[in-house]
Design a protein around this ligand. Structure first.
Ligand code: HSE
Length: 348
């Protein structure tokens, strides 16, 4: 049976996911016996369409690429039963999807509207896969409890460092290791800016170039002042360290105070400024921070340049393990959604 998927939000991530699903259709079938159908897309700007028998994804991508409403979609089925104009909650509750991909624009401080979308999905017996940081950063324990209560999955690999395996690495291959600290470059935009500043570029030009490359948040203050990295630190503390911290528990400082002189001074000391997110287990819980640190060149994180992300886990059985990879991007975040959907399929 095909895995039925509904997308809430059809921006870069949703479109990236659809492109991968089309490109890898045969491979996913032969390697994992995984077949899929997109049954619904609901986007407040691009429009909404639902077909319980499955939508033709190529057509939807074309509509999105040409700025045409999804409600212009022409169904290929005889006796078409397409519904148009359903909002997110109706799509979540009333579609026949097995899994809701929650990819709507969300306020990271309140977690809304994604929290309401996740709750509605769980209460309707549907899994949620999301790259949205809001629900996990604001109420990971509540979301997980509601998913468990309803016998469905809450999958969040894409919330931290896109498809580079972090949450699934800790849950899967590193199961059995206790992790005493995590230290990482969790934001691509700030690392890109610091890299370009070291090469002589002005801060504002570097930020503009980063925005052109599509790494920055819609409001880049979230990146340069450390809010984006802070949300990831909160998620990691909750998921990896099982400690329910919130924003008020994280010391936060961005990179706007870093000057070219400070970068040159670090270089002279064989070091580099990096925006580091850290979580350390303590006797009282955890100590969590996001702040610029001068990292010695001998540390693996010092060599991480441009928009690449990296995390070092200190483990009891394996010592330090560092994972390096993309932290953002259309395909990379689209892939984070695919890897979670595949995990649901493979565990069923
Ligand atoms: N704006 C983020 C970054 C994207 O630059 O890393 C992923 O959260």
């Amino acid at each position: 049976m095909s895995h039925k998927i509904a997308l809430i939000g059809f921006g870069t991530v949703g479109q990236g996911l659809c492109e991968i699903l089309i490109d890898k259709k045969e491979y996913l079938k032969s390697k994992y016996d995984f077949s899929w159908e997109i049954v619904a897309i609901s986007d407040p700007v691009k429009g909404s369409v639902y077909c319980s028998s499955g939508l033709e994804v190529e057509k939807l991508l074309k509509l999105a690429a040409t700025g045409t409403s999804l409600e212009e979609y022409q169904c290929q089925h005889d006796n078409c039963k397409c519904n148009f104009g359903w909002d997110a909650l109706k799509t979540i509750k009333d579609s026949n999807a097995d899994t809701i991909c929650e990819l709507a624009f969300t306020n990271v401080e309140t977690g809304m509207p994604a929290i309401d979308h996740c709750k509605a999905a769980f209460e309707s017996g549907k899994n949620v896969v999301t790259s949205n940081k809001g629900p996990a950063a604001v109420d990971f324990a509540g979301m997980q409890a509601l998913a468990d209560e309803n016998g469905v999955k809450f999958m969040i690999e894409g919330t931290v460092v896109s498809g580079t395996p972090i949450i699934n690495l800790v849950d899967g291959p590193l199961a059995g290791c206790e992790i005493s600290s995590i230290k990482g470059i969790l934001n691509g935009t700030t690392n890109y800016i610091l890299t370009q500043m070291e090469a002589g570029m002005e801060y504002s030009t570097a930020l503009q170039k980063d925005q052109e490359l599509g790494y920055a948040e819609a409001d880049p203050t979230g990146d340069v002042e450390g809010f984006d990295a802070m949300a990831k630190v909160i998620i990691l503390a909750n998921v990896v360290m099982n400690t329910p911290i919130t924003a008020k528990d994280v010391e936060r400082e961005g990179i706007t105070g870093i000057t070219p002189a400070m970068i040159a001074d670090a270089k002279a000391q064989n070091a580099r400024w990096k925006l580091i997110g850290s979580i350390e287990k303590t006797v009282n819980g955890v100590k969590a921070a996001v702040k610029p640190e001068m990292v010695p060149m001998t540390h693996p994180l010092a060599g991480i340049m441009d928009a690449t992300n990296a995390l070092t886990f200190a483990t009891d059985l394996m010592g330090d393990i560092t994972i390096v990879g993309a932290g953002a991007g259309r395909t990379e975040t689209g892939y984070s959604i695919l890897t979670d959907i595949l995990a649901i399929h493979r565990n069923n």
